[in-house]
Design a protein around this ligand. Structure first.
Ligand code: ZN
Length: 151
């Protein structure tokens, strides 16, 4: 387990479309463990593999008491919409108001290659969608309808 460096906006790595995971091996497990350590150190709500320079469809979400490791996540359905503020460990210095669905259902694999589904709502759904956007090279700053500058 290790803390990895978080890539910041401006680095072309964050703009790439990540590749699906095909091998559920020790390397994947190490990546997930490192993402968790790195997220805890940075005190964020989620972290995606491209944010540590790995172009794989892997991200983690930690919101309130829930912790999810998502491998090859796919948005199955979404409904409603809500606007709320969000920030990103790769985008220091400002947050923004982003409109996203209120309810979502996501299908994903765990580190052992088992398929799961999760439903999420409100800010919890927002964290999932934010992290999944990273896997397609999308940052919240691309979608924000209003910028909020810190301090
Ligand atoms: Zn982010």
């Amino acid at each position: 387990m290790a803390i990895r460096n978080i890539v910041k906006m401006g680095d072309p790595i964050l703009r790439k479309v990540c590749k699906p995971v095909t091998q559920f091996d020790g390397k994947l497990a190490s990546l997930l463990d490192d993402l968790k350590d790195t997220l805890h150190k940075a005190e964020g709500l989620g972290l995606a593999a491209p944010q540590v320079g790995i172009l794989k469809r892997v991200c983690i979400v930690e919101y309130e008491d829930a912790y999810y490791e998502l491998v090859n996540p796919v948005l199955i359905s979404s409904s409603g919409s809500c606007k709320d503020n969000e920030g990103c460990l790769s985008v220091p210095g400002f947050r923004g108001i982003v409109e996203r669905p209120q309810f979502i259902e996501v299908e994903y694999f765990d580190r052992a290659g088992e398929k799961h589904r999760v439903q999420a709502e409100g800010y919890f759904a927002r964290v999932f969608l934010h992290e999944m956007d990273h896997l397609d090279g999308i940052l919240f700053a691309d979608k924000m309808i209003r910028k909020i500058v810190d301090r």
